[in-house]
Design a protein around this ligand. Structure first.
Ligand code: ADP
Ligand code: MG
Ligand code: ZN
Length: 605
């Protein structure tokens, strides 16, 4: 972890402090001085000499200082202006003043004078200029490196030991299996050499964000106990053209010197983008960096013991040259965890916190399908924070369930003001979803119904959790899903004969499913098994591109609309048949605000 540097105090602050001190000395010192020395006129001085009270005299260029017994009989220091008085020495002698002298004015040596008046200010300004320009250049982003052009900072990315092992990575067994070979090779390369096998030079970890790609790379380093050079793709992209390439060169030079070792390039898509994509000017730098990377990867033999790992969640944008054999020839998918994987990840992260007696990770894992490892780590942490807030010493199942909802829908808005009428509508809407789900064969069981508003904007929701993880979606399940989404609006219409904006999210999700059924799953009669859309990026978002003509596109829309309409009518049917239950349950929910799956099922039966 990086230690945050304290922000440097602006230079002007030091400047002001120094000025302040100088001013203070200028005003204070003379007054201190003046308290001790009494200024007198020349006449008094002469009178005091004649009195014989002067003891010691020191004549300077402009003034005469002397010690004399004052009126109170005490010795005091006096000073007077110097007058043209050639006879003074005589008179002092006669008045028995024992010590009198003329101070010899101090001649500053010419060399010292030169130093003080010329060299010192020059040095001062040079130093000042250095400091200031350094600061300015730093602000301009790394241009301060201009002097050390071409030297990368790769050195500082070496962590001798990451301290992370495969034990810290839950699930992802296939990825670990593939990486174990690399670990084994780094441990005993001679085994591979003896048989003449070439170990892949590079492996590319590919998967959605938060699935543990970076974590896996660190675990490989931890397991093989070799130096770990880690650099993020964006760090190669520099202000000067050529800097990125220089960094790559430097990084590989260092890595080869430290072999066997692992070089990890995170977010490699920043530099590895396909060179043909988007002929934007200013790509020069990135292109040079990529070319250098390709050259370096070809330049060393795999048996040197340098293994290159890279991670990306946009593999489709990578340049083909990076992926050919001899470079990143091994591709390791790191997918979103399945049910067992999620449970394992929860357990790994739960080791760091205090757990109560009643924890059931399986329930949490089932409720979080689609969550990444990072999400799950976050859920455990949210639960721990909630336990602290509640003043407890350990996490309960309740904390975990609540934090799942926090991650899905945001925090509860406890003091949101919602009118009774709206609350009633929301209650009917949610029970509408739940009832439709319960009355269909292919819907997941209802886990929770709530009308407590959340910070995400959700006014209430119905949570369904499958008993087991489904990898395949049947047409019936898909239709039942859409029908369940329709249940909310259908209940509103049936009971209040009016409709509200509350169904916006339901409509969006239902449309998405219906559209996918038609365009990608081949579940419509009109088109059958024709691919009408492709997914652009399987890992980042579900953005798709239509593959068909405008005419077909409008036919797709018709088809989608008809699916949704049919489902809506079915939802309406189900609710009409169960109107009594709908009334009863809506009242129940309004009263309790949150119903568990069991409470709901008991009320239905
Ligand atoms: P990526 O690089 O794939 O975006 P990271 O490796 O940075 O994701 O993972 C982020 C965090 O999520 C990790 O630090 C870890 O706490 C948690 N995490 C992700 N996947 C796993 C896993 N399989 N096992 C344990 N923790 C995980
Ligand atoms: Mg990462
Ligand atoms: Zn709804």
């Amino acid at each position: 972890m990086k230690i945050q540097k304290k922000p440097p105090r602006p230079f002007i602050v030091y400047y002001l402090i120094v000025i302040g001190i100088v001013l203070l000395m200028n005003t204070l010192l003379p007054t201190l001085w003046q308290e001790k020395i009494t200024q007198v006129d020349y006449g008094t001085f002469m009178r005091l000499i004649e009195n014989g009270s002067v003891k010691k005299v020191e004549a300077q260029d402009k003034q005469i200082g002397f010690i004399a017994t004052d009126d109170n009989g005490k010795d005091a220091i006096f000073v007077t202006g110097r007058m043209e008085d050639p006879d003074l020495a005589n008179r002092l002698y006669q008045a028995n003043v024992t010590e009198f002298s003329q101070v010899i004015p101090q001649e500053t040596s010419p060399i010292l004078g030169l130093l003080l008046s010329w060299v010192l200010p020059l040095v001062f300004f040079i130093v000042l200029g250095r400091i200031l320009s350094g600061k300015v250049l730093n602000k301009m982003g790394g241009m301060g490196n201009a002097m050390t052009f071409g030297k990368s900072n790769a050195k500082i990315y070496v962590e001798a030991q990451t301290g992370i092992t495969f034990k810290d990575v839950a699930g992802q067994d296939e990825a670990k299996e593939a990486l174990k070979e690399i670990v084994d090779y780094l441990h005993s390369p001679q085994k591979y050499k003896a048989i003449g096998a070439k170990v892949p030079k590079g492996a590319l970890l590919v998967g959605p964000p938060g699935t543990g790609k970076t974590l896996l790379a660190k675990a490989v380093a931890g397991e093989s106990k070799v130096p770990f050079f880690s650099i993020s793709g964006s760090e190669f992209v520099e202000m000067f053209v050529g800097m990125g390439a220089a960094r790559v060169r430097d990084l590989f030079k260092q890595a080869q010197a430290k072999a066997p070792c692992i070089v990890f390039i995170d977010e490699i898509d920043t530099i590895g983008k396909s060179r043909t994509a988007g002929g934007f000017s200013g790509n020069d730098e990135r292109e040079q960096t990529l070319n250098q990377l390709l050259t370096e990867m070809d330049g060393f033999e795999a048996d040197k013991g340098v293994v290159i790992l890279a991670a990306t969640n946009r593999p489709e944008t990578l340049d083909k040259a990076l992926l050919r054999p001899g470079r990143f020839d091994r591709r390791i998918p790191v997918e979103l965890p399945d049910l067992a994987g999620r449970e394992a990840i929860l357990r790994v992260h739960a080791k760091k916190v205090n757990l109560g007696e009643d924890i059931d990770f399986n329930v949490i894992a089932r409720a979080t399908s689609g969550a990444s490892g990072a999400d799950l780590a976050n859920i455990i942490n949210e639960a721990a924070l909630r336990a602290v807030r509640m003043g407890r010493k350990a996490i309960t199942q309740n904390d975990l369930e609540e934090s799942v909802e926090v991650v899905i829908a945001g925090y509860q808005r406890k003091n949101a003001v919602i009118s009774m009428k709206d609350k009633l509508t929301i209650a009917y809407h949610e029970i509408g979803h739940a009832l439709v789900a319960a009355k269909q064969e292919n819907s997941a069981p209802v886990h929770k119904i709530t009308i407590v508003p959340r910070t995400s904007g959700a006014l209430g929701y119905t949570m369904q959790v499958d008993e087991t993880e489904k990898v395949l979606l049947t047409k019936e399940q898909a239709l039942d899903k859409i029908t369940t989404f329709m249940g909310g609006r259908a209940a509103e219409e049936l009971i209040f004969s009016t409709i509200t904006s509350g169904a916006a999210n339901d409509i969006e999700q239902a449309t998405k499913i219906a559209r996918t059924m038609v365009t990608r799953y081949g579940m419509s009669d009109t088109f059958g098994m024709m691919a009408l859309e492709t997914v652009n990026n399987p890992y980042l978002s579900s953005d798709t591109t239509l593959l068909v003509s405008g005419e077909t596109a409008s036919k797709i829309d018709e088809e989608v609309l008809s699916i949704i309409k049919t489902c809506y009518n079915r939802a309406l049917e189900i609710l009409k048949e169960n109107k009594d239950k709908l009334h009863e349950l809506a009242k129940y929910l309004l009263e309790k605000e949150t119903l568990t799956g069991e409470e709901f099922m008991a009320a239905i039966a």
